[in-house]
Design a protein around this ligand. Structure first.
Ligand code: MLT
Length: 312
């Protein structure tokens, strides 16, 4: 450790950079949150925290990369609700989320928003639902792969309408926006963190948010419930992870850097503007994170088993 530092927290042992794996392509919501975290955590730790995108297979490739990494604190992971859905969706998932990782704390809870291409012939969410009921298989739904947040949102809509879309999978939200804007994909359900800039620029249409009440960050857009779909509410959570066996003092130092980042006024302002303020301090905590992940795995299992879409 560096001696003589005036900081309340000690510097990072050895001064080696840290890789923060983002298990999706650049330009999506996990990337947006991860790059903000990396920058602020770097300032607290006194070393570079370098975001690295490892997309594919709904995030499971990047997650497995970190599960296999040396547990010395130099490789960490930011992941979303997919950590809790993949164990049901993949029959042969190469890691067990509850035993392959140390939980470093919950980061943020993020609403979702139903989006369409600019020329999609629905002026509101009710019309979108009517078009889906009339012929869901003719509608192209983008998603970020089996085990992603967008896949969960699409699955829930298909289950509540009793229909199937034609699904086109990508390595993350980032590559989906150009397809939507070019009218090559019809609809997408994404987290507000990456959707809001496109909505504000008028490049895509936003028809409904998945929150209980309308969102100030997405003005003028009703909730899915108001739009005609009772009970349709989804919130995406994110957590920070280290490989199992990472020494406790290293976990504690990374948790302190996470809490520093989530208290940074610029991070708070930016994330709040994107509809996704940081989790309360009491949840920026490894034990709370572990209990939440365990409960979420149980919560989604019967719902996803009933929906019946699996991978080997
Ligand atoms: C991303 O960062 O691209 C997303 O979180 C994708 C998703 O989970 O839908």
């Amino acid at each position: 450790l560096l001696a003589g530092t005036a900081r309340a927290q000690s510097a990072w042992p050895g001064g080696q950079p840290i890789t923060l794996v983002i298990p999706f392509a650049p330009g999506g919501p996990t990337d947006a949150v991860g790059r903000m975290l990396a920058e602020a955590m770097s300032r607290d730790l006194g070393v570079n925290v370098v975001a690295q995108n490892v997309g594919g297979a709904g995030g499971t490739i990047g997650v497995n990369r970190v599960a296999q990494a040396r547990p010395d604190g130099h490789t960490i992971l930011l992941h979303n609700i997919g950590m809790s859905t993949a164990p049901t969706l993949y029959r042969r998932l190469p890691y067990n989320p509850l035993t392959a990782f140390e939980m470093l704390g919950l980061v943020t809870a993020t609403p979702m928003v139903w989006l369409t291409r600019p020329d999609f012939p629905a002026a509101n969410f009710g019309e979108m639902i009517r078009l889906i009921r009339e012929g869901g298989e003719r509608i192209n739904l983008g998603n970020a792969g089996l085990g992603s947040a967008s896949q969960l949102c699409g699955t829930l809509l298909q289950a509540s309408l009793g229909t199937r879309f034609t699904t086109v999978s990508f390595a993350g939200s980032g590559p989906i926006y150009p397809e939507l804007m070019a009218n090559r994909l019809d609809i997408y359900c994404d987290q507000t963190t990456s959707a809001i800039p496109f909505i504000q620029a008028g490049q895509i249409k936003a028809l409904a948010v998945t929150t209980p009440a309308p969102l100030p960050a997405v003005p003028g857009v009703p909730t899915a419930v108001q739009g005609g779909l009772p009970g349709f509410e989804v919130a995406i959570w994110h957590g920070l992870y280290a490989p199992a066996g990472t020494p406790k003092p290293v976990q504690d130092r990374l948790n302190a850097a996470l809490r520093f980042a989530l208290a940074d006024p610029r991070v708070v302002e930016r994330m709040t503007g994107l509809g996704s303020p940081p989790e309360p301090v009491s949840r920026q905590n490894g034990e709370v994170h572990r209990a939440h992940l365990a409960a979420e795995i149980e919560r989604w299992r019967p719902i996803l088993q009933a929906a019946g879409q699996f991978a080997d």
